[in-house]
Structure formats: structure tokens, C-alpha cells
Design a protein around this ligand. Structure first.
Ligand SMILES: Cc1ncc(COP(=O)(O)O)c(C=O)c1O
Length: 386
């Protein structure tokens, strides 16, 4: 496959890359930009809703099923293990409220997690469940500290696949194996890796996985997917119950049935009524990502970041705070320098969108970025390192 050609044409699907917008977008770890296929799906939905097209329910439910299939393909799950959620926090709440935990049990978290993966757990303290933070080293999850933290009360580890502020990709396979050896549940916040880092939830012994689709999956805010391992589903407490968690066989004219069984799949944890416009848009975005292939996108992104890494290493002014080890790098690269905040603001003023996180400038590259973007970034940074 000629990936150069493919990615050049993919770039044209993204209006943010058009010269008239005067922006170099290196911030997909924050929010993914709108691309033409996603906009077209939203437009079609809006057109149909002008007359409340009676066929829209059937089409939206088909799109939801397609999302579950494509989501399953992205993470190596089975279709019946994947559901549509509204963001990362949705699936993490399914985990925190649904896992069969009791008073005295302990949950482990990293001390450098994004808050979405903290608040659903710390409220469990009100139910007598202990929540302990595993100390990181240099901002990286430390497997030895994790091992030391495990005791006979420890039941859960909930961890990001890729850490939000420095892009550190955790060794999910090894960590999953440790969880399995200790009879612990393994919950993964997948948002910073989903669609750009290959993952297989089964071989990594992941019990529950959740990823908002608003970043790397290029979907609207308020969309996401979650996975619950099949054999765990029947042991879960029901965190909440929606009327669309049971099967109406698309017959919504006979609704006085209050004893229908819940779906025998992750769909039982979904919450309807669904946001159809966002559903169609997410389907279009997942079609784009899966047609290109996660490994191809990963290779493309890493090649671009290699250029930035070479530049940053060529000057002593900048210090890379991300890990560059092959197993731990990702599509996020963070670096700092004296007065990094000023440099970040200067990038913004020059039309280069990055994030400032935990004292460092965070660059994130995705399938629509190219070498010119990186060269322009390096050009601005070079002014400071002289
Ligand atoms: C690791 C991580 N988890 C979760 C989120 C967002 O959570 P949610 O999708 O629940 O808004 C972010 C970024 O916004 C993140 O970087």
C-alpha cells in the first residue's frame, strides 16, 4: 500500500488543512476536527429531520449496530461485547457502578490519570471501597509500584492505555496479565489510543474498556464506545436501566411491557433515546478509520513525530518529557523548555494548535497531518532555541 498517496488524499477530506483556515492543527489529543464524510452524515441527518423521516429509526439502529461492529474490530472484541456510549466517562461509570465490588475492596488507579477515570471511582469511597493511587515515576505508570500496591483486598486496576499529558503508552498486555494473575478486574480508559494504537482487549485481559470518540475517532462530542467482556456481563450489577436496553424488535407501538429481558450483550448497558445525528456521524468516522487501518495510521503518525523528535534533539533548549521507547511512545509528544507557556502561546499566535498540559507543550498528530505541518512547527520553535 502506498501510504503516502493515501494520506495525501485523506488530508483533503479535512477542511482544517485548507490554506484559508490558516491553522496547523496538532491537537487531536484534545478534539478531533470535523472531516467531510462526518459533516455529510450530519447534513443528511438534519435534512431528514426537517420532515422527521419515518425511516430514520430503522436506519439509526442499523448505524448503531454498525458502530458496535466497527468498534469491536478496532479493539479486537466481539460485536456483542461493544456498546455505544456518550464519552469515556460513560463506560468507566458502567465499570465503577457495575463491577461486583463490596465494602473493604480496593481499587487501584494511577496518580497521573485523567479525571474522567478518577471521579467514578473515588465516589465509591462513600460505599466503603478503598481507592489507592499507584505512584508514577517521571510521569509514567510504574509496574513495580503497581505490583507492590496489590494486596488481598485489591480487586480492580483502572488505567489509561495512553496517558493524556505525555502520551505514555502503558504496557497493557503485561499489566493485564498481572491483573489476571491476581484475580483483579482490569479496566482501561482507551480514549488516547483508540483508532491509532492497535489493541486486542481479549489478549490483554481487559474486562471493561471505554473510549470517547471525540478525539482520535474524529466523531462529534458526545459519542463513544465501550466494551464489557462477554462472560462478565451477567455478573455485573446493572448500573442503570434504559427502556432501550431491552428488545422491542423495533415495534414501538405496543409499549406496556415492563418485564422484557435485557439484551444479552453490552447493549443492555446503553442509554437511549440515542442521538441519531451523532450516531450517523460516528459511523462515518469509524468507516474512515477502519478503512485506512489502525497500523497504517500509527505508522504515519510516528513518522511525522520522528521528524519533530529529530528537531527537538538537535537543540539543548527543549526537553522531551514523553517516553521514546518503542513500546511506550504514541501519537502524542510532549516537551518543555524555559518558559514553555510563552512558547505555547507563541505557537497559538502563529496559528499552530497544540495543548499545554502539566507544564509541557503537547503535540498530537493524526492522519490528516503532514511533513509541512511539522516543518512549520519546528520553524517557530527554532526561533526560541537560538
Ligand atoms: C485519558 C483521557 N480520558 C478521558 C478523557 C475525556 O473523558 P470524557 O470522554 O469522559 O469526556 C480525556 C480527554 O479529554 C483523556 O485524555
Amino acid at each position: 500500500m502506498n501510504t503516502d498517496t493515501d494520506f495525501a488524499s485523506v488530508r483533503r477530506l479535512f477542511p482544517i488543512t485548507s490554506a484559508k483556515n490558516c491553522i496547523i492543527y496538532l491537537n487531536s489529543a484534545s478534539t478531533g476536527p470535523l472531516c467531510n464524510p462526518v459533516r455529510a452524515a450530519l447534513n443528511r441527518y438534519n435534512d431528514r429531520m426537517e420532515t422527521v423521516d419515518p425511516k430514520i429509526d430503522g436506519d439509526a439502529f442499523a448505524a448503531l449496530e454498525h458502530i458496535r461492529q466497527l468498534g469491536a474490530k478496532l479493539i479486537g472484541a466481539r460485536r456483542e461485547e461493544v456498546g455505544f456510549g456518550f464519552h469515556t466517562g460513560f463506560g468507566l461509570n458502567v465499570a465503577a457502578l457495575g463491577l461486583p465490588l463490596k465494602r473493604g475492596d480496593e481499587v487501584l488507579l494511577s496518580d497521573v490519570e485523567f479525571p474522567s477515570n478518577v471521579y467514578p471511582w473515588v465516589i465509591l469511597r462513600e460505599r466503603g471501597i478503598h481507592v489507592t493511587f499507584v505512584k508514577s515515576t517521571d510521569g509514567f505508570f510504574d509496574i513495580e509500584n503497581f505490583r507492590k500496591a496489590i494486596n488481598r483486598k485489591t480487586r480492580v486496576l483502572s488505567l489509561s492505555h495512553v496517558q493524556f499529558f505525555n502520551g505514555y503508552k502503558n504496557d497493557i498486555r503485561t499489566i493485564g496479565r498481572i491483573c489476571r494473575e491476581h484475580g483483579m478486574y482490569f479496566v482501561v480508559d482507551g480514549i488516547q489510543g483508540c483508532g491509532i494504537e492497535p489493541i486486542n482487549v481479549h489478549s490483554c485481559h481487559i474486562d471493561i474498556y471505554s473510549a470517547g470518540a471525540q478525539k482520535w475517532l474524529l466523531s462529534p462530542l458526545g459519542t463513544g464506545l465501550f466494551y464489557v467482556r462477554k462472560d462478565l456481563q451477567e455478573r455485573m450489577n446493572r448500573p442503570f436501566a434504559s427502556w432501550l436496553g431491552v428488545d422491542w424488535k423495533m415495534n414501538f407501538s405496543d409499549l406496556f411491557h415492563y418485564d422484557l429481558p435485557f439484551f444479552d450483550s453490552a447493549r443492555q448497558f446503553e442509554l437511549g433515546t440515542y442521538p441519531y445525528g451523532h450516531v450517523f456521524a460516528m459511523e462515518a468516522a469509524l468507516e474512515l478509520i477502519t478503512s485506512l487501518g489502525v497500523r497504517n495510521i500509527q505508522r504515519h503518525n510516528y513518522e511525522l513525530l520522528d521528524r519533530l523528535i529529530d528537531f527537538l534533539k538537535s537543540t539543548s533548549y527543549f526537553r522531551i518529557t514523553s517516553s521514546l521507547k518503542p513500546g511506550h511512545r504514541s501519537s502524542i509528544l510532549a516537551f518543555t523548555c524555559p518558559d514553555a507557556k510563552t512558547v505555547h502561546a507563541a505557537l497559538g499566535a502563529a496559528g499552530i494548535a497544540t495543548s499545554f498540559r502539566e507544564g509541557a507543550i503537547r503535540v498530537s498528530v493524526h492522519l490528516f497531518n503532514n511533513r509541512v505541518d511539522i516543518n512549520k512547527l519546528a520553524g517557530i520553535l527554532a526561533r526560541y532555541s537560538k
